[in-house]
Write a new protein. Structure first.
Length: 92
């Protein structure tokens, strides 16, 4: 289990992932105090912090766009994750 200190940090996206265009957590919204480890069956890591902590995951076998993140994208100024969600919803 990793602990967050409330400061933002980079999230390196996995190339080719569905949500990779929106993965960057560097604006101070990191509030994590738990991590998704182990991931279990189904989800794959879509992004990691520098310390190896899974910061984002996705469900490749899901029929739609599924992206889970370990920060609050709605609280920061970087709106890429939220825009990716809206775009996926519009695309159906």
């Amino acid at each position: 289990m990793a602990s967050g200190d409330g400061r933002g940090h980079a999230c390196d996206a996995r190339p080719g992932g569905r949500g990779t265009g929106g993965l960057n957590n560097s604006d101070g919204t990191s509030l994590r105090h738990r991590t998704a480890d182990p991931l279990g069956t189904g989800p794959t890591a879509a992004g990691h912090a520098a310390d190896g902590t899974v910061e984002a995951l996705e469900l490749p076998a899901a029929p739609g766009w599924v992206l889970g993140v370990q920060w609050h994208p709605e609280m920061g100024e970087d709106t890429r994750v939220m825009r990716a969600l809206v775009d996926a919803a519009r695309a159906g």
